[in-house]
Design a protein around this ligand. Structure first.
Ligand SMILES: [Zn+2]
Length: 229
């Protein structure tokens, strides 16, 4: 019996880019931000966490042009570790929230118009529509700080206070979080929807506000019934 010669096969695999799935999701959700009217121009930004790494939308590239390769990676302290493009100017806010919230796997920041209207008024949005339970018993407002600063990150963390899935950023826009970046995007959509309904309701009358017990009940139901609401 001849001895079988075992040759080591040369590896044909190229090194895998980091967080490939997260980068693809971010480039797709960027286009959806525009299509769903959640922002204008290059406003807003999106991040997805994987362990100690965060894929985040790049700075200054139009959403329709962002490819997965354009999406840089930072660590949870905001240090740029991969990708040629610069991370979004709001990387401190994304990583600041991610460091504080173990339950958060994705962050979406928008300038959606109805929610930004209440942000400019500095008014939280109360529970005038049941879908606010995606966020909590209200959508709170973070104090005003200049965009891109560590102070804005702190203000957002304070307003989210470990319990809300979104807050308004005073005179600016919206932060939405979720266990994944897709979940955070859904919360951003719900925030804008609730803001629009509340705006319309107070324009023609006085909406009734749902009690806290009902919000708790709704949050249990959302957990049980998944996407069917
Ligand atoms: Zn912004």
């Amino acid at each position: 019996m001849s001895q079988q010669l075992i040759l080591a096969k040369p590896s044909t695999k190229l090194p895998q880019p980091m967080l490939e799935e997260e980068r693809t999701t971010i480039s797709n959700l960027g286009r959806q931000m525009l299509e769903q009217g959640l922002t204008v121009g290059t406003g807003g930004n999106i991040s997805a966490r994987s362990g100690d790494h965060v894929a985040i939308s790049p700075s200054g590239i139009p959403y329709r042009d962002i490819t997965p390769e354009d999406v840089p990676i930072v660590d949870i302290h905001g240090e740029h570790i991969e990708g040629e493009r610069q991370p979004s100017s709001e990387y401190r806010m994304h990583t600041g929230i991610i460091r504080e919230r173990d339950d958060v796997g994705g962050v979406v920041h928008t300038h959606s118009p109805y929610a930004s209207t209440f942000a400019s008024l500095g008014e939280p949005i109360p529970a005038s529509h049941y879908l606010i339970a995606f966020v909590g018993d209200q959508i709170p407002v973070a104090r005003y700080e200049t965009y891109g600063t560590a102070e804005l990150a702190e203000a957002a963390v304070d307003a989210l206070s470990g319990q809300y899935n979104a807050c308004l950023l005073k005179n600016h826009g919206v932060i939405a979080v979720g266990e994944s970046v897709d979940a955070a995007f859904e919360v951003a959509l719900m925030t804008e929807y609730c803001a629009r309904i509340h705006y319309q309701a107070i324009s023609v009358g006085v909406p009734e506000i749902l009690p806290d017990e009902e919000i708790d009940h709704l949050q249990d139901r959302f957990t049980d019934y998944g996407q069917d609401y």
